[in-house]
Design a protein around this ligand. Sequence first.
Ligand SMILES: Nc1ncnc2c1ncn2[C@@H]1O[C@H](COP(=O)(O)OP(=O)(O)OP(=O)(O)O)[C@@H](O)[C@H]1O
Length: 336
Amino acid sequence: METIIQVKDVGKTFIGKDNTVEALKGINLEIHKGEIYGIIGMSGAGKSTLVRCLNFLEKPTTGTVMIEGKDLAGLPENELRRTRTQIAMIFQHFNLLMQRTVLDNICFPLEITGQKKKEARSRAKELLEIVGLSEKAKAYPAQLSGGQKQRVAIARALATNPKILLCDEATSALDPTTTKSILALLKDINEKYGITIVIITHEMAVVQEICTHVAIIDGGTLAETGTVEEVFTRPQTPAAKALVFQNGGNHEQMRGKRCIRIVFKDHSSFEPVIANMVLECKAPANILLADTKDIGGVAHGQMILQLPEDEIIARKMIHYLKERKLEVEELSNYVG
Ligand SMILES: Nc1ncnc2c1ncn2[C@@H]1O[C@H](COP(=O)(O)OP(=O)(O)OP(=O)(O)O)[C@@H](O)[C@H]1O
């Protein structure tokens, strides 16, 4: 698959009057065309800084960012500007122009690129239809709900036909139902228009919902990258385990001896079953052994899980897995 974003050894240091912050250190990332790539990490991990480096809103102190093979640092100003128009961005707080109507907000980037007013308005109307807000064309942002504002921001971001859409905590100010609908819209846009999407978030549920790939960033460094399924089912690093199992995947909390063997057959590899189970049951499960193979996008294999001591939660987990048509076998004396 074609690489669209390549980040090589990127570092970013902020030098202040009294202190120096190394926000990013030696980041390497490769994002392919058409992927929905999640970048997740705790507050202060460096997510926003990284995403801002992808469109040179922030210039990296070291390393290179390449968009479609072009090193952004080497581009003359006008070409950098052109490349930037292909990288749109949406934000947590929408950043709409409050004095302009919804339609005029969407026209704004088109006017900047010199499009005629009439053409801009007709394109803006098309975009409003895509995001399902045609009836709000004449409304002002203050008259919209959070989800509607984000839809306008998405329409505005798409106005210049970008190849990449960067989303910086785009659903963090929204309730769970609205979040789901915005994520569904993003997925639809990704599928219909082939736009590569990079999602910055601190919420695992967002990654789980729509991302194909994920990078975990921790203290300015990249802890782990992989497909969502890989990282969710077999997190390798403490940072990844902390996010996947919410409370650290701490072995001390796993005193329960109850182990089960799950056999995967013909199960979609894109549904991170274990991670979903952990999220649903709000308790960690320890993966003692995982032997899965991806055959044509379908996972086959087995996994041995140690369940929590709490009988009710353990039952709930077994029930969850059985409901998903997985073969579950209880192991009385498993020694990992
Ligand atoms: N312009 C700046 N000047 C100085 N320090 C900065 C600047 N921007 C970010 N930082 C610092 O860099 C580190 C990473 O910040 P960043 O905003 O990228 O993290 P984040 O993972 O996006 O966090 P959050 O989820 O809380 O927004 C923090 O320690 C932050 O204080």
